[in-house]
Design a binder for this molecule. Sequence first.
Ligand SMILES: Cc1cc2nc3c(=O)[nH]c(=O)nc-3n(C[C@H](O)[C@H](O)[C@H](O)COP(=O)(O)O)c2cc1C
Length: 188
Amino acid sequence: MNGRIHHPPRVSIVYESMFGNTRRIAEAIGEGLRETVPVEVAAVHRLEPWPLEPDIAIVGAPTHVHGLSRPSTRSEAARWAEDAERGLELDTSARGIGMREWLDDARLEVELFAAFDTRADMPEIFTGSAAASIDRRLRSEGIARLADPHSFLVDRENRLEEGEVERARAWGRELGAALAPYRGESEV
Ligand SMILES: Cc1cc2nc3c(=O)[nH]c(=O)nc-3n(C[C@H](O)[C@H](O)[C@H](O)COP(=O)(O)O)c2cc1C
């Protein structure tokens, strides 16, 4: 165990979201985690600088063009939201920088991380995964993984599939259980 992790650990969930799906997943993960550890949930555009000095970062973003969004794909998402036929609305958090730019700038001084994304409900080989991009990037920076990357699925209309919010809450609980050694409790 690493002595630099506080007891209880400080966990920040940071997300990017254009239409609100990744935000809803982030909030549900937070609900699950909060059953065991203190958690802060924040949109990426607000994180300058990082507010909590967390030990553990749970990092999530929507999958755009097989990976993390760029300014051009966020503009495309904004155009989708202007198209009344799609019935999409831009989330209040959908402004400022995205996860890619934030990861470029943030010096993440955390001990552990886990990555998640939202993406289309198809095999990952066709969709790509923002979580996989985040995971590769943070591991290459030498940060240890708390859990494998996780995807939560949206339908063709870009709405979360049924049960995904509950699955996110359950994953939050699993992450909390994985933190048991850092809470000074023995693993079950
Ligand atoms: C410009 C754009 C490109 C996208 N590209 C992909 C993609 O390559 N693979 C995928 O699974 N989903 C793709 N999507 C769908 C998004 O993953 C989906 O809209 C997202 O999960 C919604 O999350 P949000 O509501 O938090 O923005 C794309 C969406 C947009 C707007």
